[in-house]
Design a protein around this ligand. Sequence first.
Ligand code: ATP
Length: 308
Amino acid sequence: MHNSIIVDVKGLRKRYGSFNAVNGVFFQVEKGEIFGLLGPNGAGKTTTIEMLVGLRKPDEGTATLAGFDVKTEVNKVKEVIGVQLQSTSLFELLKVEEILKLYGSFYPSHVNIDELIGDMLLTEKRNDRIKGLSGGQKQRLAIALALIHDPDIVFLDEPTTGLDPQARRTLWDIVLRLKERGKTIILSTHYMDEAHVLCDRVGIMDQGELIALDTPANLVKKLQSASTVEFHLSNPPEREWFLKMEGVKEVSIKDTFVQLYTDDLQSALTSLIQASEEHHFKIEDLQTRFATLEDVFIHMTGRSIRES
Ligand code: ATP
């Protein structure tokens, strides 16, 4: 095993009846990385994480965390991992500091609770009952609980789902600070921007399969269409018509909304303007933007991650 590989997943599979929720996934994570599992609802991200943290038994495949086998060395695995799941339910009537002390008492040793409360930006809330906390504060408390025994590997299952933009950014900062302190982080998300900002590498999951795995930058680069030109047209012609234009590599049309993918933005724009003059098209809301992970998902599956 390579020295810096801390998570090694080989062919994990989980079936529910005849349905393959996770269909044989392979990946490795290096120590200190933030690794993202990105995919739409139902892609199999949570099931993958639950198999790794010992909550579900894989039907096939193996995985090791810090060298310990998730099937046969569950107690060792629990010492080296911290887990924040979507379903984490907190004792609503306890106070922030009380629950942290309680969780700390479950372990032979635990981190300094004052520091942990400070790191999670909960100092002002330490004597408040959990039921009065905001969504973001609850989520930060759930992460604090996952960190109480100073684990090497931290699992975060959709940590920012349902949070407002400000609370999401605060959480991103916290995750990045965990990385700075040497933690290895595996997180799942269906937010493209989150994967782009946080993750060193991203595995894109769809229907139980890992369909791509690379750095966000490389995933976008492999599209070979660095930019997208988007606009509305009241009566757009067929896709093929746009594909004949210079510089246009791929086209997607939904009602009046047209997206042209290109790696030569200048040519694509020039031919679009010429064509619109010749044919008296009335182009509206024209925008150009760099390709994103969302475009990678559309290219690979033909669907948008949000409508899946
Ligand atoms: P989400 O973001 O909604 O949690 P996900 O990518 O994490 O999505 P999973 O929760 O892993 O997806 O679910 C994968 C698939 O397995 C889904 O189609 C789900 O309905 C199905 N599934 C999950 N748990 C069970 C179960 N206990 N019995 C039957 N099917 C299940």
